[in-house]
Design a protein around this ligand. Sequence first.
Ligand SMILES: [Mg+2]
Length: 284
Amino acid sequence: MRKNLLRLLPAERSAVFRRFIYGCLAAAVFTSCAPKTGGQGAARRVLENQGQRDMAMAILWQQHSGEYAALCYQAFNAGRAYVQEAEAGVKYAVIFDIDETVLDNSPYDAYLIYENAAFDEKSWEEWCNAESAEAVPGALEFCAFLVKNDIEIFYISNRPESVLVSTMNNLNMLGFPNARAGRVLLKTDTSDKTPRVKSVREAGYTILISAGDNLDDFDSSIRKYNNAARRDWAAENAETFGQHRLILPNPVYGTFESVFIENYHSKSHAERAVARLNLLKSWK
Ligand SMILES: [Mg+2]
């Protein structure tokens, strides 16, 4: 039976109204039922702005909240405790991802918002070559601790090899150890990190810890998983986090977003915004 809108509680009316608005916006963007002039463009602008708002809040949290910094410290503190419990006399290595694991690229993300632009390789390389990224909270101190404990450090990242020198410069300027060729392994022919991790093992190292902001940093085979499968993978490996896997917070970007819907990144800003809104789990 159809509910009488006037008989709903204010919160229920608000939920119904919200769904109605999303439905209208989506319809205006995607169907020919929308007004031929003005309406479609206006709806699309609203949704594009929604995308900016989604990203802006995530960046603001990364750049300004004490909670973001505290989570980073928590990850590296756990790593420190894990190292202290490790068996002595083993040739250990720790593998770090770079972006949002040891380097903070949030100024690049903020730039994308101000420019109303999407990520692209040209602007990303320009940012990398500016060598302006700051360190993720606690990363430098954790690396210094590893050096003190004679543990080798490798950086394995999917930054393109064209920015190898600038990446090493940026890391060195901040004081990160081992930021040199052979220890900084960027993407050449594949974004699958497995062969690069294997090369570390083949050099005789036991990988004590892997640190990253994306589950793919730990296991490349899950790159194509949807988010339900990624959560299952996290649950199956729950005991490894804070042990030999350190996960850093990154609310701004990652595979979690790419797999919201099929071909997500080939969709328009407005289509992505609708997809995100449709995925929200609401209590009513
Ligand atoms: Mg990363």
